[in-house]
Design a binder for this molecule. Structure first.
Ligand code: GRG
Length: 309
């Protein structure tokens, strides 16, 4: 019998395959009803940004939390695809010269390198908009109230008070707009909860929304999402210090060179790793009421903490 880690790896790969197929369809060159035309260069650049790469961790979290509530897999995959479109947009804009100025993403040239800056900006705009187009579709859930809740929560997670707001705090912390200031541990936790945590928390909450879970189950899933969101960022910061560019598929060592506000910089590697382990415990404790039904999500928490890319 397969152990939890092998089962987790198989399920992550299966979701990644299904998401790839869905994204390939969603980014087809053919215009949809009420669209006028899809410019080939923009389609090609969006496909470069979204296809053939990435762990597809956020869609996986949607599918697995939805499975706790016996949600239909098709709707969970559509929700996950919408979320992945937002994630891909954020990477394209983050890599732009005006942001992190990166040449490499998922082992390939970044969109502005493979195309140009203006195209990369439009890729981000179009992926972001397409995400909400997808989330509003009937395939996501037959109940329009559920879809409206998902649209609302995704907007809150992605925008001003979520990911984009977190990116703003990150740029400010680098000293882009005023003098650089050392952030407190609490400020770093808030910044990261917005910049990276918000989409990961949304992924988990989306499963509970799709499943019309009761308040207690929603709280448990939200606690899990919050803990793994923090764990994901600490692991990412440790990889920036300890990983290598080839394995990561993006530049390593950039955060330290830019003097970025991270918990690894503030606490040091050993304390950051101890915090990471505590967060995995916290994530697993949050799932207690789901017993063995949540084994894959427990394995996911371990994977997030131990990942090498
Ligand atoms: C530009 C609005 C805007 C936001 C950017 C998420 C983000 C905010 C920037 C990405 C920069 C970055 C590398 C953050 C660290 C955490 C992170 C999102 C890593 C990449 O996510 P993975 O590891 O990537 O899930 P894959 O390629 O597997 O999808």
């Amino acid at each position: 019998m397969k152990n939890d880690t092998a089962r987790f790896t198989d399920r992550l790969a299966a979701t990644a395959r299904d998401i790839e197929t869905l994204l390939d369809q969603l980014l087809s060159p053919a215009a949809l009803s009420s669209e006028t035309a899809r410019p080939p260069r923009l389609v090609a650049a969006m496909r470069h940004a979204a296809l053939d790469g990435g762990k597809r961790l956020r869609p996986f979290l949607v599918v697995e939390t939805a499975a706790l509530f016996d949600v239909d897999r098709t709707g969970a995959l559509m929700t996950g695809a919408a979320l992945e479109l937002i994630h891909c947009y954020s990477l394209v804009h983050d890599d732009l010269p005006a942001m992190d100025n990166d040449d490499l993403r998922r082992g390939r040239p970044t969109v502005h390198k493979a195309f140009d800056d203006a195209t990369a900006i439009l890729v981000g705009d179009s992926l972001l908009t397409l995400a909400f187009d997808v989330m509003a579709r009937a395939e996501v859930h037959p109940d329009a109230t559920v879809r409206a809740t998902l649209v609302l929560e995704l907007a809150r997670a992605s925008g001003l008070g979520g990911m984009a707001g977190g990116q703003m705090l990150d740029l400010a912390a680098e000293g882009r707009f005023e003098n650089k200031r050392t952030l407190s541990e609490k400020e770093i936790v808030t910044l990261q909860a917005m910049k990276t945590g918000a989409l990961i928390r949304f992924a988990c909450n989306a499963g509970a929304i799709l499943g019309k879970a009761d308040a207690a189950a929603r709280t448990s899933v939200a606690r899990y999402g919050s803990a793994i969101g923090q764990a994901f960022q600490i692991a990412d910061d440790l990889l920036d210090v300890e990983g290598d560019t080839k394995t990561l598929g993006k530049a390593a060592g950039k955060d330290a060179a830019a003097g970025k506000a991270t918990l690894v910089a503030t606490l040091g590697v050993d304390r950051a790793r101890a915090r990471l382990n505590e967060l995995v415990e916290e994530a697993n404790a949050a799932l207690a009421s789901f017993s063995e039904k949540s084994d894959t999500l427990r394995a996911a928490a371990r994977f997030i903490a131990e990942r090498r890319a």
